[in-house]
Design a protein. Sequence first.
Lengths: 591, 267
Amino acid sequence: MEQASAQPAHVHAPPQTFLRKHVFSLDHKVIGKQYYGLALVAVFTGMVLSWLMRFHLVWPAVKIPGLEFLAKGGAPGGVITPEYYLSLLTMHGTLMVFFVLTNAPFAGFGNYFLPIQIGAEDMAFPRFNMMSFWVTFVAFLVLLLAFFIPDGPPISGWTAYAPLSAIGNDAGPGLGWGQNLWAMSIAIFCIGQLLGSLNFIATTLDLRARGMSLMRMPICTWAWFVTACIGLLAFAVLLPACLLLLLDKLAGTSFFVPAGLVVSDRLQPHAGGSPLLWQHLFWFFGHPEVYIAILPAIGIVSHVLITSMRKPMLSAKVLIYSMMSIGFLSWMVWGHHMFVSGMNPFSSLLFSFPTLTITIPATIITLIWLGSLYGANLRINSASLFALGFVSMFVSGGVSGFFLAQPSIDIYLHATYFVVGHFHMVMGVAAIFGIFSGTYFWFPKMSGRMMNETLGKLHFWITFIGTYCIFMPFHYLGMAGNVRRYSSFVDDFMAPLMPLHKFISIAAFITGGAQLIFLYNLIHSRFRGAPATENPWEGTSLEWSMSSPPPWDNFGGRHPVVYHDPYQYGVKGSKGDYVMQDSAEQPATSS
Amino acid sequence: MGKLFAVVVTIIALVSAYPIVAHKYAQPEDISTHGHAIDEQLSDTMAEAGFAFLGAQLLLGFFVWKFSNRKPGSKVAHLPGGAKLMVATAFILVGTEVLALGVLGQKAWASVYFTPPKPDALQIQAQAGQFAFYFRYPGADGKFGALHPDKIDEGNGNYFGLDPANDIESRDDIVTGELAIPVNREIELLMHAKDVNHSFYVRELRIQQDFVPGLDLSIHFTATKIGKYEIVCTQLCGLGHYNMKAYLSVLSQEDFDKWMKQKASEQ
């Protein structure tokens, strides 16, 4: 593999002012932490929204104290209205998918560690990088603004299907300016991600240190790189889709609205648009987005597992090629979200086969993890527990994909809780386990202090068992035909399923509550944690070759030269059982 | 703590599988002629997915039990066969599974979508609007009158926008809020959306199909069991989505004829 020969130059001067150090910083490490912090705010907000939904589902008439002040129109007297339930659902999905699952594992950890792991001093375009975060931050504020306008947040779900999302308040509350703000927020978010993805790609290709061939990059660097390639294409489609939606709303165009619609007794002044066009554009982004969330987590977990197992994966190359195949196939499968949408039924078969085929690289990745565990010297700590939990979740969420990939079964399971269980496990919980694993693993490097292991393990056990208690029963509900996106179950059919719903809600409150242990651990350890050494986990990649936390220019003026593959564990004659990537003491290894 | 992880993963795997094996939350009884193909496909997939799920979880537990927190200085070993074995396993095992499921699944899908309705199928139009379903039967002339969206007037019961004053074909159309059909007779449902996306879902019929504004679709099915079943909307359509439902009455031919006569007299 060709090696990058150019040495990364000093890309910017050391920051002097408070603003430059902590707010408008050009430093990829600060920007990474900013993304992570934003994701943290978003994830707790999103979680509280899900609590409100779970509470309302099982105790629809019970007052939630204080809610009437927070959401005057949405919860008069503290009881959530059906439309406010849909607002919560929309905002929960949007916050989680965009501002948590995209921000933390990709933009957050990626920003912090990608340049370090390839031996660069910063990203290729530090100013773009700063801009990408602040643009994302503005997108976040614009989205939250929807909570505080008279119209309220949109009620069309995170998928914002047109024409519901495209015809304004005639179709319901929140669909006027609430929906406009949503579309603006997502459009702005796309700009941030496009800048970020470009930056990741340019950095990976251009700024690698001497000796850092592509195949010597750690698996997580590869994951971020592949994710950036997907993101560059996916967000480039969602951005114009949101702009077209805004034009339909504000400029009277009809991209997504056909003629002859009568809404609230009014014949809508539109003609010629196609509701399916929105679905195609949205899912053309939407399915790759799943991999934008999960690939970085796959990378992080592989990295953590290798370090904890004290041995390399059976084959890092196979893992990397599998991630690339997933990335490639992700462009051919969007139609599996639309089997019953009214799309030509012949195309359903065309979308079904690549979807089923994705199972093959996904299985290869899982088998590589499992096979690598064989004969390992596995160290159990919070980071490796969450990595193992991820593997378990990835399997559980993955196998339900078998069902939904088949159009004939989708006829029955589409729009039921089975789907909700599937994507929460494989995209939501699994990716979040990846984030947790990365946090426990890299916190010492990022802050210079260790996290509390006892609290970390407690956090793991409650979260691991709790998330299974929440999301596994969703599949059973779906099998029984329980429909999703209902604010209450007035159908006679669903009444017998209520006990299971109650169980899920209680599990959600406990599991969510346990996240406060994590938050406490994070904040407490940041200031009071035991000091971390340079390389607390005895890792081999470049991030462990510098002080914790790293100096502003990463390598303190040193130009690292890489001699080894990223995961040299169990090497005879080495100090301990590992060889650092930039160690010149051992004969060079090459791929 | 590795051993604890192994135990917990094993318990989770077994407890998760229990309700499936015990059929605790199985789909309701199938009342359609095509549904058995879907159900068979579902249970085949369940067997294969269940095998993969249990296999992977138990293996994960077993390896973590065996290879975690070993004595310091324990030598690491590598799986005989290595990555090649894993890739081959994935391709052979999953590849065949996937191919088999994909090919077999086509049949079930084809039985719903690729066979045209019989010429004598009973045509009924279904209209979905916020937040109710309405159904229209063509009446004695066997023809549906044309739709005029500008004439929709829900206050006066003109849900479809018919124009009986000028349109003879619409005069004998029968509009109802309930879908009544004769048992064992093929129905062709012509689906029309009045405002936004909706969906037609009858669990027992194993039918789910979106209503798409601007795009009139049709589905066909035959119900085989007399009874009353729920039709629910499964495409998010606004604040009343959770409450959008209607009933499907599957009647004997005799009862259906009676019902039809009564409805015709009410128009």
